[in-house]
Design a protein around this ligand. Structure first.
Ligand code: FAD
Length: 277
């Protein structure tokens, strides 16, 4: 279908994007367009103004920020997947960016767009959640920082307001003691996850500590699997309790029960895979 008519403005800076967003209540930011344009074409949303932030070059970077790696919101998935800094200090993030969609999606889709879209089936939100990442949001009052655990608030809903721009994401540097895995169950290679799991922990003598397990598509937002984390830390069976506290959807890719089963299976596979890397 053809989108409903809209006006189009190009923002040359973050300040200009914020200011243009403030001009109309229903204005929408356009980054890579790989989630927004399908919604426009379905006429699921009808913004009267699109603010194109795709040319704000200073938002495209991967930088060393001391204990963390900073990623500009406009950094494309392909650039996240291939950034040497991430491959060295947080290979979980680069690995997962390389699993998103297909090459075309990865060359257009952006880190900021993937988070701001708030799709519980997306890959990077769960990774940010497992890592305890931080998200910078810029608005008329300057920059505020929100932890990943507070950012995702519902299906297609986040802590970023209508007139705000996600500008930077920070993920901690992992050390040689960390083990990690990301396993994604999907029907075809380029599909979103039916269920996926991000798992990271610190290796200790004979086990792990600080286990973090986040689930994709097991509720309205990416979810931490707290019971599975406790079981992994205690040397127990994390898979057996992986679906505790989840509310998975039922759709054409699988029923809620099938998703619960998948979560139980792939959490244990991810834990085994984390040690095998
Ligand atoms: P856009 O589509 O431009 O924007 C999405 C939403 O976020 C809009 O509401 C927009 O206003 C808002 N927005 C964008 N940037 C910002 C910002 N900086 N600050 C505030 N709001 C902002 N994703 C996966 O995770 N896994 C997959 O396997 C996967 N497969 C895909 C397959 C296909 C065929 C397609 C088309 C997409 C797929 N995606 C997948 C989604 C892809 O990762 C998108 O690129 C991403 O979800 C949105 O990023 P974008 O830059 O394209 O954002």
């Amino acid at each position: 279908m053809i989108p409903a008519p809209f006006d189009y403005e190009v923002a040359e800076s973050v300040d200009e994007a914020v200011s243009l967003l403030g001009e109309r209540e229903d204005a929408k930011l356009l980054a890579g367009g790989h989630s927004l344009l399908p919604l426009l074409r379905l006429r699921a949303i009808r913004p009267s103004l699109l603010v194109d932030m795709g040319r704000i070059e200073e938002l495209s970077y991967v930088r060393d920020a001391g204990k963390s790696i900073a990623i500009g919101a406009l950094t494309r998935h392909h650039d996240v997947a291939t950034a040497p800094l991430l491959q060295e200090h947080n290979p979980l993030v680069s690995h997962v960016a390389g699993l998103i969609g297909d090459p075309q999606v990865r060359h257009r889709g952006t880190m900021g767009g993937s988070l701001a879209h708030g799709d519980p089936a997306s890959d990077l939100p769960a990774v940010l959640l497992a890592l305890g990442g931080e998200i910078d949001i810029t608005g008329t009052n300057g920059v505020r920082t929100v932890g990943a655990s507070d950012f995702f608030t519902g299906v297609f809903q986040t802590a970023a307001g209508a007139n705000e721009v996600v500008t930077e994401v920070r993920v901690p540097k992992l050390t040689g003691d960390h083990v990690w895995s990301y396993l994604k169950f999907h029907r075809r290679a380029q599909d979103w996850a039916t269920v996926a799991v991000a798992a990271v922990a610190k290796r200790t003598n004979g086990g792990v500590s600080d286990a973090a397990i986040a689930l994709v598509n097991m509720g309205a937002t990416p979810l931490r699997a707290a019971a599975a984390e406790a079981a992994w830390n205690a040397g127990g069976d994390p898979g057996a309790v992986a679906d505790e506290g989840t509310e998975p959807p039922s759709d054409t890719n699988g029923s809620a029960d099938f998703r619960r089963h998948l979560a139980r299976v792939i959490v244990n596979r991810a834990v085994a895979d984390a040690f095998a890397r």
